[in-house]
Design a protein around this ligand. Structure first.
Ligand SMILES: C[S@@+](CC[C@H](N)C(=O)[O-])C[C@H]1O[C@@H](n2cnc3c(N)ncnc32)[C@H](O)[C@@H]1O
Length: 203
C-alpha cells in the first residue's frame, strides 16, 4: 500500500474532472480516524462511486479484514476496481452491484463499521435495514447529513431538495434520540454523523 497517497490524489483528480462526488478531504480524515480507532474486521459501505472512501477505509482494516461495498452504477464499479487493484487492496474488497436498499437486507454478515454514502433520501431506511447486522460496539458513519447547510435551515433549500432535506433531518433525529446510538454530528465537509451502536437493550 506504499502508493496509496498518489492513487488517492489521482482519484481526486479523476472525480473532479468527471464530476463524481466523493467525500471531502477533511471528511475523509475523520472517516479514517474513526475507523482506525474501531479497527474494523468487517466494513459495509453504501455508495462506492470510484472507490475513494473504500481505499481510505482499506488502510484502517485489521489483518484479514474485508470491506463489502455496494454501488448501483456498474461503470463506477469498474473504475473503482482498477484504482483499488492499483493500490493492492482489491483482495480485501467485495463489490456488490445493485440498489443498496435491496442488497442490504440480503447480507448475512455482521459489520463493525458501516459507512452510509449512497442515496441521501434513503439514509434512515438503510439504517433500519442494517441494524440487525451491527456487531456490538459498531459505528455507523453517514456523510452529507447537513446537505449544504439546508438540513439546519430547511426554508433555504430549493423546492426540489426539500424531500431529501426532510429525510436527512429524520435520520439525524433518529440517531440523536434512539437509545441504541450515541451520535456526534461533525460540521465538516457536508456534515458527517458518527453514531456508536450501544446494543439492543436500554439500561
Ligand atoms: C457520494 S457518492 C459515493 C462517494 C464515495 N463513498 C466516496 O466518498 O468516495 C454516492 C454513490 O452512491 C451511488 N448510489 C446512489 N444511490 C444508490 C443506491 N440506491 N444504491 C447503491 N448505490 C447508490 C451513486 O451512484 C454514487 O456513486
Amino acid at each position: 500500500m506504499d502508493n496509496v497517497k498518489s492513487i488517492l490524489d489521482t482519484m481526486e483528480e479523476y472525480a473532479a474532472v468527471q464530476h463524481v462526488p466523493i467525500i471531502s478531504r477533511e471528511g475523509g480524515q475523520l472517516l479514517q480516524e474513526v475507523a482506525a480507532a474501531v479497527k474494523p474486521v468487517a466494513v459495509l459501505e453504501l455508495g462506492t462511486a470510484i472507490g475513494y472512501s473504500t481505499l481510505l477505509l482499506a488502510t484502517t482494516l485489521t489483518i484479514g479484514g474485508k470491506i463489502t461495498t455496494i454501488e448501483q452504477d456498474e461503470n463506477r464499479i469498474a473504475i473503482a476496481k482498477q484504482f483499488l487493484s492499483d493500490a493492492g487492496v482489491l483482495g480485501q474488497i467485495k463489490f456488490i452491484a445493485g440498489d443498496a436498499g435491496e442488497v442490504v437486507p440480503q447480507l448475512v454478515d455482521k459489520f463493525d463499521l458501516v459507512f452510509i454514502d449512497a442515496a441521501k433520501g434513503q439514509y434512515l431506511d438503510y439504517l433500519h435495514k442494517v441494524m440487525d447486522k451491527l456487531s456490538p460496539g459498531a459505528v455507523v458513519i453517514a456523510d452529507n447529513v447537513l446537505f449544504r447547510g439546508w438540513v439546519l435551515d430547511d426554508k433555504a433549500a430549493p423546492k426540489r431538495f426539500r424531500t431529501i432535506v426532510k429525510r436527512l433531518k429524520a435520520y439525524l433525529e433518529f440517531v440523536a434520540n434512539d437509545f441504541r446510538f450515541k451520535t456526534t454530528i461533525h460540521h465538516i465537509g457536508d456534515g458527517m454523523a458518527v453514531s456508536y451502536y450501544q446494543g439492543e437493550t436500554n439500561q
